[in-house]
Design a protein around this ligand. Structure first.
Ligand SMILES: C[S@@+](CC[C@H](N)C(=O)[O-])C[C@H]1O[C@@H](n2cnc3c(N)ncnc32)[C@H](O)[C@@H]1O
Length: 213
């Protein structure tokens, strides 16, 4: 079962193979045109370098993350100072010198609205099937009408016990709706031997976008 404790324990044990030190190349290539100063939501953000890239583009960035270790490591690794405020169940960590904050807590307790854009890498695919629809609905409720989205998903065949889960194209389209478009995909089996071995014929990463008005 993928519970909150599952993720907290992974951070405790340093089992964070999903983390990349570099900015995600799909993000820099496909981020939609969004006005500077716009409010950008990054659900399940980990300690991703993508947060910093977005803040450096001039957006007002909010990441949401369960693990306090991820938060401490993000600010520490990037030499950022910050201040913390407790608001209900959540802790809000605001960077001093950048328009960037990480909200520490369960994403489903985060109820702010009015975001202009959302960046999801390894978040929707971290949700088990039974919570995925709730995750997408919760995210849509955080966004303004006409908001933009950049989404990176995975789909694969063969067995895999835990996350990232395989999310097929039909499910992405059904949950996100008619305005989502697939921009690119890449079969990681061909590119990276880490994905080989298990009995599969594909392990595909796809990039999706909703271009807001
Ligand atoms: C697969 S990782 C992806 C992290 C990040 N997006 C990246 O690209 O590196 C999923 C992250 O979501 C966090 N997480 C899982 N469930 C959560 C929840 N309900 N609320 C907030 N964060 C959650 C985990 O702690 C983990 O850091």
């Amino acid at each position: 079962m993928v519970t909150n404790d599952f993720w907290l324990e992974r951070w405790q044990a340093g089992r964070i193979g999903f983390h990349r030190d570099e900015v995600n190349p799909w993000l820099t290539q496909y981020w939609p045109q969004v006005a500077r100063g716009a409010k950008v939501l990054v659900p399940l953000c980990g300690k991703s370098a993508d947060l910093l890239w977005l803040a450096n583009q001039g957006y007002d960035v909010t990441g949401v993350e369960l693990s306090p270790m991820a938060v401490v490591q993000f600010f520490g690794d990037n030499d950022l100072t910050y201040q913390t405020e407790q608001v209900g169940h959540l802790k809000i960590h605001q960077a001093h010198d950048l328009p960037l904050r990480i909200v520490e807590g369960d994403y489903f307790d985060f109820d702010e609205t009015g975001f202009d854009a959302c960046y999801d890498r390894a978040a929707m695919v971290a949700m088990p099937e039974e919570k995925r629809e709730q995750y997408v609905q919760h995210t849509k409720q955080r966004l303004q009408a006409g908001a933009s989205l950049l989404l990176i998903t995975l789909s694969y065949d063969g067995e895999q016990a835990g996350p990232p889960f395989s999310v097929l194209d039909d499910e992405v389209q059904e949950l996100w709706g008619e305005w989502i478009r697939k921009l690119a995909s890449e079969d990681l089996l061909q590119l990276d031997e880490r994905y080989q071995g298990a009995e599969r014929s594909f392990y595909e990463e796809s990039v999706w976008r909703i271009t807001g008005q």
